[in-house]
Design a protein around this ligand. Structure first.
Ligand SMILES: *[C@@H]1O[C@H](CO)[C@@H](O)[C@H](O)[C@H]1NC(C)=O
Ligand SMILES: *[C@@H]1O[C@H](CO)[C@@H](O)[C@H](O)[C@H]1NC(C)=O
Ligand SMILES: *[C@@H]1O[C@H](CO)[C@@H](O)[C@H](O)[C@H]1NC(C)=O
Ligand SMILES: *[C@@H]1O[C@H](CO)[C@@H](O)[C@H](O)[C@H]1NC(C)=O
Ligand SMILES: *[C@@H]1O[C@H](CO)[C@@H](O)[C@H](O)[C@H]1NC(C)=O
Ligand SMILES: *[C@@H]1O[C@H](CO)[C@@H](O)[C@H](O)[C@H]1NC(C)=O
Ligand SMILES: *[C@@H]1O[C@H](CO)[C@@H](O)[C@H](O)[C@H]1NC(C)=O
Ligand SMILES: *[C@@H]1O[C@H](CO)[C@@H](O)[C@H](O)[C@H]1NC(C)=O
Ligand SMILES: *[C@@H]1O[C@H](CO)[C@@H](O)[C@H](O)[C@H]1NC(C)=O
Ligand SMILES: *[C@@H]1O[C@H](CO)[C@@H](O)[C@H](O)[C@H]1NC(C)=O
Ligand SMILES: *[C@@H]1O[C@H](CO)[C@@H](O)[C@H](O)[C@H]1NC(C)=O
Ligand SMILES: *[C@@H]1O[C@H](CO)[C@@H](O)[C@H](O)[C@H]1NC(C)=O
Length: 831
C-alpha cells in the first residue's frame, strides 16, 4: 500500500510538472479508485465545525452563479455530530492526521457573520477555506486593526476564498503569519479602505483577487521582490498615479486594474521588466500618453492588452516594421484618443481580436494597411470618422463592426467567413453586392441607416441557415421583399422599416420563427397577414404607415399572435370592425405582467440582444412619441396602436381583458358606440387615446381605476355627461376632452346640471409601483438626487436597476420640458 501511495505521489508530481493546469493531488487521492477508509475526524475540529454551523443560518440565495451549479446546495445541513466530520459535505481531512485541511462551503446559501472569534479559525490544519457565494453580509474580513491572532495561527492556510459575500470594512492593516498563503480571493464584496502593502509581502502569494469592491487608493509602493503572479483590482475606486513598483513585479503574469481612477503617463521603460506578463487590463482609467509599437513588442509574452476607455491615451500610427508581437491575441483600445488606423499591428501574426471603436480615426484605411491580418476574427472600428476602407482585412473575419462612421461609396463584399456584420449609420450608396449570398455563416446583417438602394438579392431568405437578424431599416431599398425564406431558417428579427418596399408580404415568412417584424414606413400593399404567426413566436409587429387594407380577418379559427406584446397597425387603410376574437387571442397581453423595474420578473434576455442596439420603434401616445429600443421592448413594453385607419363599429369589450397593455391608441378611426366600461380593467394602462372617432355616451367612471394613466385623449368625439372625477382624472386638462360638446365638469368650465353632477369625493391618489412609464418619471426624480440618470442632456434616459439596465429614449422636441412638467404633476398628485 505504502509503495502504491508513493508511486501515485510521484505520478501526481509528474502531472503537476507536465500539465499546464493545476492538479489537486489531495483531491484526486480522496476520490481516486483507491479505497481509503475516510480518516477519523479530530474531535476539536468536529466541535469547531458544529459551533460554526450554529452561528449561521440557511437562506435560499438568488446568486446567479449558484443557480445552475451542481455543487450549490446547503452543505452544512448534513453535518451531524454523530457522524465522522471527515465525511461531511464540503469537508476534507488530512489522510494521516485526520485534521480538517479543506473547507469548501461555496454556494451553500449561508447567511451569517464572520467575527474574529469565529470557531472556523480554530481549525489549525486548515489549508483551503472557500466561503464564496454566500451571504456573510455585514461582516468584515476578521480584522480589528490587524488580523486576529486566531487567523494568524492558521499557518497552513494556502487558499482563502471569500468572493461574492457582501463583506464590509477595510482589510487588516497589518499581518504576520500566513506564510503559506498563495491565493486570496475576495471578488465582489463591499470591502473599503486602502490596499495594504502587506498583501504584497506575503512570501508565497501568487494570486490576489479584490476586483469589484470599494477599495480606494492610492496603492503604496510595493515591496520587491514579490512572488505575486496574478493581481485583480478592477472596479474599485483606486486613484492616484500607478506606483512604479508595480512594474517591477517580474513574476507578474496577469494584472487587471481596469475601472479605477488611476492616472499617469504610460511610458515604454515602465513596462520593460514585465517580461512574463500575459494579460494587462488598464481600461477605464485616466491614463495618458502614446502607446508605441516598441512598447507592446517589449512584452514578449503578452496575449491580451486592454486599454479601452482612457480618453487621453493614443496609439501610434507608426509603421513599426521591426516590432513584432508574437503572442498578442487581443487588443482593445476603444474610447481612447486614436486618430490613425494602426497599420503596424498587422505584424501581430496571432492577433485575433482588435477593438478600436469609439476613437477619432478618420480618413481612409489603405489597402496595404489592411493586408496581412491572418488570424483576425474580430474587428470593431465602429464610432469613428472613417470615410473608406479599401478592402476588408483578413480572410478569417467573423465579426466586423463598422457602424457609425462616414463610409461612402458602394458596399464591398465581405469575406465569406463573416458571422456578424454591422455597417449601419454610414453613408453607403449603391446596391447590396450579390456576393453577400456567399456568406453562408452569417448570423447578423445590419445595413441600416445608409443610402443603399436597389432591390435586395433574392437569396435573402436562404443563403445562410444561421441568419437570425436582418436589419435594413432607413435605406432606399425598393421592390418586393424576396419570397425566399426557407423551412428551417433562423430568422428572428426582420427590420425593414423606412424604405420603399412595395407589393405583398412574402408568404414564405411563415417559415420563420420571427420575434420582431418591423415594416414601418414602406409602400407595402397587402391585407392583414393573419397567416404570419404560424409559430406563435411573434412579439412585435409593426406595419405602421404602409398601404395595408381590408379588415382584420374575423374568420380566423386558429389562435394566433399569442405572444404579441406590441402591435402597430397605424396609418394604413385597414377597415371593418375590430374583431373580438383577434383581441381574445392576444394571450401575452392578458397574462404577462409588464416587467417590473426591479427586474424580478425577468426570466431571459432575448438572444441577439446586441444585434438590435440601433433598432428602435416609435409608438405614438398623444403627447409623446416614445422611441423604444426594440431589444428591451421585448421585456418591458405592451402596446396596441391601430390609429389612423378606417376601423368602424364598436370597441370590443374584450379589449378590457388585455390587462398588460400600457399604450392603447385607437384614435383617428370611425369607431362608434360607448367607451366600454371594461377598459377600467386595463390596470397597466399609461396612455389611452380614443380621439377623433364618433364615440358617444358617457365617459365610464371605471376609468378612474386606471391609476397609472398619464395620458388621456378623448377629444373630437360625441361624448356627453360629466367627466368622472378623482384619482388620475384630477390631472387631465381641457385638451383631453375638447371637441365633445356634451361633456361637462372639471376641468371644463362648463358646469354639469344638477342631475348630471357626479358627487363622489375625489379619492386620494394611489402610489404607483412597477410600471414602465410611471417608472421613468420616478427615476428621473430619483436621478436628480442619486445620479442614476445619465445623459439627460442628450435626450437619453438611462438608468440601472440592479441587474439589467433599461433604456428608453424620448423623442419630442420639447421632451425635456415635458418630463419636468410630468414630474411636477406627479409630485402635485402625491402631495
Ligand atoms: C470502500 O470501503 C468501504 C468500507 O471500508 C466500503 O463500504 C465501500 O463499499 C468501499 N468502496 C469501494 C468503491 O470499494
Ligand atoms: C444524526 O444522525 C443520526 C443517526 O444517523 C440520526 O438519528 C439523527 O437524527 C441525525 N441528526 C440530525 C440533526 O440530523
Ligand atoms: C464571539 O464574540 C462575541 C462578542 O464579541 C460573543 O457574543 C460570541 O459569543 C463569541 N462567539 C464565539 C463563537 O466565541
Ligand atoms: C443579511 O442578509 C439577511 C438575509 O438576506 C438579512 O436578513 C439581514 O438583515 C442582512 N444583514 C445585514 C447586516 O445586512
Ligand atoms: C496560537 O498559537 C499559539 C502557539 O501555537 C498558541 O499559544 C495560541 O494560544 C494560539 N492562539 C489561538 C487563539 O489559538
Ligand atoms: C519568480 O518565479 C521564479 C520561477 O517560477 C521563481 O524561481 C522565483 O522565486 C519567483 N520570484 C519570487 C520573488 O517569488
Ligand atoms: C475620479 O477622480 C476624479 C478627480 O479626482 C473625480 O472627480 C471622479 O469622481 C473620480 N471618479 C471615480 C469613478 O472615482
Ligand atoms: C486625468 O489625468 C490628467 C493628467 O494626466 C489630470 O489633469 C486630470 O485631472 C485627470 N482627470 C481625472 C478625472 O482624474
Ligand atoms: C489626442 O491626440 C492628438 C494627436 O493625435 C493630440 O493632438 C491631442 O492633444 C490628444 N488629445 C488629448 C485629449 O490627449
Ligand atoms: C463595438 O464597439 C461599440 C462601441 O464601443 C460597441 O457598442 C459594440 O457593441 C461593439 N460591437 C461588437 C460587435 O461587439
Ligand atoms: C421616431 O421618431 C423620431 C421623431 O419623429 C425620428 O427621428 C426617428 O427616426 C423615429 N424612429 C424610428 C425608428 O422610426
Ligand atoms: C375599481 O376597482 C375596484 C376593485 O378593483 C372595484 O371594486 C370598483 O368597483 C372599481 N371601480 C369602478 C368605478 O369600476
Amino acid at each position: 500500500m505504502g509503495s502504491l501511495i508513493g508511486s501515485l505521489q510521484v505520478l501526481c508530481l509528474l502531472l503537476v510538472l507536465v500539465l499546464p493546469f493545476e492538479v489537486d493531488c489531495s483531491l484526486s487521492f480522496s476520490s481516486s479508485a483507491l479505497n481509503y477508509s475516510t480518516p477519523l475526524c479530530q474531535p476539536e475540529d468536529s466541535s469547531a465545525l458544529l459551533q460554526f454551523k450554529n452561528t449561521i443560518s440557511i437562506h435560499d440565495s438568488d446568486d446567479p452563479i449558484c443557480a445552475d451549479s451542481m455543487t450549490s446546495y446547503p452543505k452544512t445541513k448534513t453535518w451531524n455530530e454523530s457522524t465522522n466530520c471527515c465525511s461531511w459535505e464540503g469537508v476534507t481531512c488530512d489522510e494521516v492526521t485526520g485534521h480538517v485541511i479543506g473547507l469548501d462551503l461555496s454556494c451553500s446559501s449561508l447567511v451569517g457573520s464572520l467575527p474574529a472569534n469565529s470557531s472556523l479559525f480554530l481549525l489549525k490544519g486548515l489549508k483551503r477555506l472557500n466561503l464564496a457565494h454566500n451571504n456573510f453580509n455585514g461582516s468584515s474580513i476578521p480584522s480589528g486593526g490587524q488580523l486576529p491572532s486566531t487567523l494568524m495561527n492558521l499557518t497552513q492556510l494556502s487558499q482563502l476564498r471569500f468572493s461574492f459575500n457582501k463583506l464590509e470594512g477595510p482589510l487588516p492593516s497589518h499581518v504576520s503569519g500566513l506564510q503559506n498563503l498563495k491565493e486570496f480571493q475576495s471578488f465582489s464584496n463591499l470591502l473599503s479602505g486602502g490596499i495594504p502593502s502587506w498583501l504584497f509581502t506575503l512570501p508565497s502569494l501568487e494570486f490576489l483577487g479584490l476586483s469589484y469592491n470599494r477599495l480606494t487608493g492610492p496603492i503604496d509602493p510595493i515591496q520587491n521582490p514579490s512572488s505575486v503572479q496574478e493581481v485583480y483590482l478592477a472596479s474599485n475606486g483606486i486613484h492616484g498615479e500607478m506606483p512604479r513598483s508595480f512594474f517591477d513585479l517580474a513574476n507578474l503574469t496577469h494584472l487587471d486594474l481596469s475601472s479605477n481612477n488611476l492616472s499617469g503617463v504610460i511610458k515604454p521603460d515602465l513596462l520593460s521588466k514585465l517580461e512574463n506578463l500575459q494579460m494587462l487590463d488598464l481600461s477605464s482609467n485616466n491614463f495618458s500618453g502614446l502607446i508605441e509599437p516598441e512598447l507592446i513588442s517589449k512584452l514578449k509574452n503578452l496575449r491580451r492588452l486592454h486599454l479601452s476607455n482612457n480618453k487621453l491615451l493614443s496609439l501610434s500610427s507608426g509603421t513599426g516594421i521591426k516590432d513584432t508581437f508574437p503572442e498578442l491575441m487581443t487588443l482593445s483600445f476603444s474610447s481612447c484618443n486614436v486618430s490613425r488606423f494602426p497599420g503596424f499591428l498587422r505584424t501581430g501574426k496571432n492577433l485575433r481580436v482588435l477593438d478600436l471603436s469609439d476613437n477619432k480615426i478618420s480618413g481612409s484605411v489603405l489597402k496595404w494597411e489592411l493586408e496581412g491580418w491572418e488570424q483576425l476574427t474580430f474587428l470593431n472600428l465602429s464610432y469613428n470618422f472613417l470615410t473608406s476602407l479599401e478592402q476588408f482585412p483578413g480572410k478569417n473575419l467573423e465579426i466586423l463592426d463598422l457602424r457609425s462612421n462616414l463610409l461612402q461609396g458602394p458596399l464591398l463584399a465581405p469575406p465569406p467567413s463573416l458571422q456578424q456584420f454591422f455597417i449601419s449609420n454610414n453613408k453607403l450608396t449603391g446596391k447590396i453586392p450579390p456576393l453577400i449570398c456567399n456568406l453562408s455563416s452569417l448570423e447578423i446583417l445590419d445595413l441600416s441607416r445608409n443610402n443603399l438602394g436597389g432591390t435586395i438579392p433574392a437569396c435573402l431568405g436562404n443563403f445562410s441557415y444561421l441568419l437570425s437578424t436582418i436589419n435594413l431599416q432607413m435605406n432606399n431599398f425598393h421592390g418586393k421583399i424576396p419570397d425566399s425564406f426557407v423551412v428551417g431558417n433562423s430568422l428572428t428579427y426582420l427590420l425593414l422599416s423606412d424604405n420603399q418596399f412595395e407589393g405583398l408580404l412574402p408568404r414564405s415568412l411563415v417559415n420563420c420563427f420571427l420575434r420582431i417584424l418591423d415594416l414601418a414606413n414602406n409602400k407595402l400593399r397587402d391585407t392583414f397577414p393573419h397567416w404570419l404567426d404560424a409559430n406563435f413566436s411573434l412579439k412585435v409587429l409593426v406595419l405602421r404607415s404602409n398601404r395595408f387594407h381590408g379588415p382584420l380577418n374575423n374568420s380566423i379559427v386558429k389562435p394566433s399572435f399569442m405572444s404579441l406584446q406590441l402591435i402597430d397597425l397605424s396609418q394604413n387603410e385597414f377597415s371593418g370592425l375590430l374583431p373580438s376574437n383577434f383581441f381574445q387571442n392576444l394571450f401575452a397581453m392578458k397574462y404577462t405582467r409588464p416587467v417590473s423595474p426591479t427586474g424580478v420578473h425577468i426570466t431571459s434576455f432575448p438572444e441577439g440582444i446586441g444585434s438590435l442596439d440601433d433598432s428602435s420603434v416609435n409608438v405614438t401616445t398623444k403627447r409623446l412619441e416614445l422611441e423604444l429600443e426594440l431589444a428591451r421592448t421585448l421585456l418591458i413594453f405592451f402596446a396596441i396602436d391601430f390609429s389612423s385607419n378606417q376601423f368602424y363599429g364598436k370597441i370590443p369589450e374584450v379589449i378590457g381583458e388585455l390587462s398588460s397593455v400600457q399604450v392603447l391608441n385607437l384614435s383617428h378611426n370611425s369607431l362608434t358606440g360607448h367607451i366600454p366600461t371594461s377598459l377600467g380593467n386595463l390596470v397597466a394602462l399609461e396612455s389611452l387615446d380614443l380621439s377623433s372617432n364618433k364615440l358617444d355616451g358617457r365617459i365610464p367612471s371605471q376609468l378612474t381605476n386606471l391609476t397609472f394613466l398619464e395620458v388621456l385623449d378623448l377629444s373630437k368625439n360625441n361624448l356627453v355627461g360629466p367627466i368622472p372625477n378623482g384619482k388620475q382624472f384630477s390631472t387631465f386638462e381641457n385638451d383631453s376632452y375638447s371637441g365633445n360638446l356634451g361633456l361637462c365638469g372639471f376641468p371644463l368650465s362648463k358646469q354639469c346640471g344638477n342631475n348630471e353632477g357626479s358627487k363622489s369625493p375625489a379619492p386620494k391618489f394611489k402610489e404607483d409601483e412597477g410600471s414602465a412609464l410611471a417608472f421613468i418619471w420616478k427615476l428621473v426624480v430619483m436621478g436628480y438626487g442619486c445620479g442614476l440618470v445619465l445623459g439627460l442632456s442628450t435626450g437619453y434616459i438611462v438608468f440601472t436597476t440592479g441587474r439589467p439596465w433599461w433604456f428608453v429614449r424620448m423623442v419630442e422636441r420639447n421632451w425635456q420640458n415635458n418630463v419636468t412638467k410630468w414630474i411636477r404633476r406627479k409630485k402635485r398628485r402625491r402631495n
